[in-house]
Design a protein around this ligand. Structure first.
Ligand code: GDP
Ligand code: IMO
Ligand code: MG
Length: 453
């Protein structure tokens, strides 16, 4: 049983890991620890935009499509129907893991296929009138693929086996070309390869995946069979991205195109919402985000540039998928309270508290701040204590902050929370109080072992 195996105890045989903030909270690391106690691990949304880092036995591995259960033998890993899949990239992803890949892999035939055209539109689309990057997507084709699915022209993985797959791809090609034209993109024929070539490549990738023992099979029956009372297997749902990047929950338009909140699990796995017993939020002890507007990242505006640079350096805050530097801010109270509300967490895991310890040791920073509210520029308006998706974050300013003393003791070897230095303990109590839930565990380093419960 893993250090977090107790989260599956009692009536709780399924558990979900959800990103609380803007992604990269350390979900991969926490899901990997939980996966040690799970029989099935399923992803319900996203695709190669995710980058989940897992460190063990001196190695560092990054997954994009794959649930982190692949690092555990005897685990079935489901890429659910709510995911978008770049089949060629998935072949590379599996091969990059080498013998570290242990568990078996299933792709739901109802998951949506990312084509090279979707990637091109994604790369060409993301600019405003001044040519400025708006959302700063990962350029993996995520938004255009979900858009084509919503427009009912996308291909599902299972469609690639159909006799009329060529015709379906031609229709998708026309849709992508019209999107590209609408965005004034130059249609380079070398890049906009014809449907027949794309079909050949996609079918080739499917064959390669089958050579790697990947099965194409509906995920729901696997999950439902595991959760039957007479079977009593354990299921872990692994979220990608984070609440504030949710298409509807997040600070639109600086969001991804799927539902990373707990509400998305049932739809993205095609199961009943009642199948999810417990929801655990994963949050960093500070905030980061990649892409999006600087103005809308209010907790970043509340942090001194020097402190942000130090945390970026110490915490290695560069994207696991794109290598881009992440924006850094203090904890964002309105966003945390909101995430707690929309997900209904049964507990949170706080990660990277060791980074703040190092900040305390290496610099003269003496306090950890917490952005308590946002303010409107109109004098006299009430402070905003909870985020709402329709807020015009760019028109707001960071409001009041609260400070608590930073901790400087070495915490990376800490395995029990009751051994935490007093300032860290007070910080965790404060987080629990703000989010009205328990802190289930504290992550004290990148390695699988570095967890205090
Ligand atoms: P994810 O997308 O939520 O899975 O997170 P990422 O893998 O993109 O980013 C988290 C980064 O922080 C990775 O490099 C992890 O190895 C690292 N990490 C996770 N937890 C901790 C922790 O508690 N302390 C430190 N120092 N690093 C951590
Ligand atoms: P994990 O699972 C952090 C961000 C992008 C961009 C916006 C939309 O590793 O936490 P997209 O390519 O999805 O259309 O980009 O969302 N983004 C992430 N940021 N972690 C992620 O995933 C992300 N996936 C997407 O930077 O601002
Ligand atoms: Mg990541």
């Amino acid at each position: 049983m893993s250090r977090l195996g107790h989260l599956f105890e009692g009536p709780h045989r399924s558990c979900a890991v959800v990103g609380v903030q803007w992604g990269d909270e350390g979900k991969g690391k926490i899901a990997d620890i939980l996966a040690d106690s799970a029989d099935v691990v399923a992803r319900w949304q996203g695709g190669p935009n995710a980058g989940h880092t897992v460190c063990f036995d001196g190695g560092e591995y990054v997954t994009h499509h794959l649930p982190v259960g692949v690092f555990h033998a005897e685990t079935t890993n489901v890429i659910g129907c709510g995911c978008v899949v770049d089949l060629e990239a998935l072949v590379e992803e599996i091969e990059s893991l080498g013998p570290a890949k242990q568990g078996s892999i299933v792709i739901d035939p109802n998951a949506t296929v990312i084509t090279p055209w979707h990637r091109l539109i994604d790369a060409g689309h993301d600019e405003d009138e001044e040519g400025e990057d708006i959302v700063g997507t990962t350029n993996r084709g995520i938004g255009p693929t979900y858009a084509s699915r919503a427009s009912r022209v996308a291909l599902r993985v299972g469609d690639l086996m159909r006799d009329d797959a060529g015709l379906m791809l031609e229709r998708l090609f026309d849709w992508c070309v019209s999107r590209a034209r609408a965005d004034d993109m130059t249609l380079d024929p070398d890049a906009f390869v014809p449907p027949s070539d794309v079909l050949r490549h996609l079918r080739g990738a499917l064959d390669e995946l089958k050579d790697h023992d990947v099965r194409i099979e509906p995920g729901a029956p696997i999950l439902e069979a595991s959760l039957r009372t007479d079977v009593a297997d354990r299921v872990l749902f692994e979220g990608a991205q984070g609440t504030m990047l949710g298409l509807r929950a997040g600070n639109y338009p600086y969001v991804t195109s799927s539902t990373p909140t707990a509400a998305g699990i049932a739809a993205g796995c095609n199961i009943s919402p009642g199948r999810v017993d417990r929801t655990i939020g994963v949050m960093k002890a500070y905030t980061t985000r990649v892409g999006g507007s600087d103005e809308a990242f209010l907790c970043g505006r509340a942090m001194d540039d020097y402190v942000a640079e130090q945390i970026r350096d110490i915490g290695g805050e560069y994207g696991a998928t794109t290598g881009r530097p992440r924006k850094v801010g203090w904890l964002d109270g309105p966003a945390l309270r909101y995430a707690a509300r929309v997900n209904g967490f049964d507990g949170v895991v706080v990660t990277k508290v060791d980074v703040l310890a190092e900040l305390g040791r290496q610099t003269d920073v003496e306090h950890v701040d917490f952005l308590d509210d946002y303010r409107s520029n109109d004098a006299g308006e009430e402070p905003i204590c909870t985020f709402e998706p329709t807020l015009d974050a760019e028109a707001l300013t960071p409001g009041s902050t609260r400070s608590s003393p930073i901790w400087t003791e070495e915490v990376r070897t800490m395995r029990r929370r009751d051994r935490a230095p007093e300032p860290l303990r007070a910080f965790l109590d404060f987080v629990a109080e703000q989010m009205e839930t328990d802190v289930a565990a504290v992550s004290v380093g990148p390695d699988r072992e570095a967890i205090a419960t």
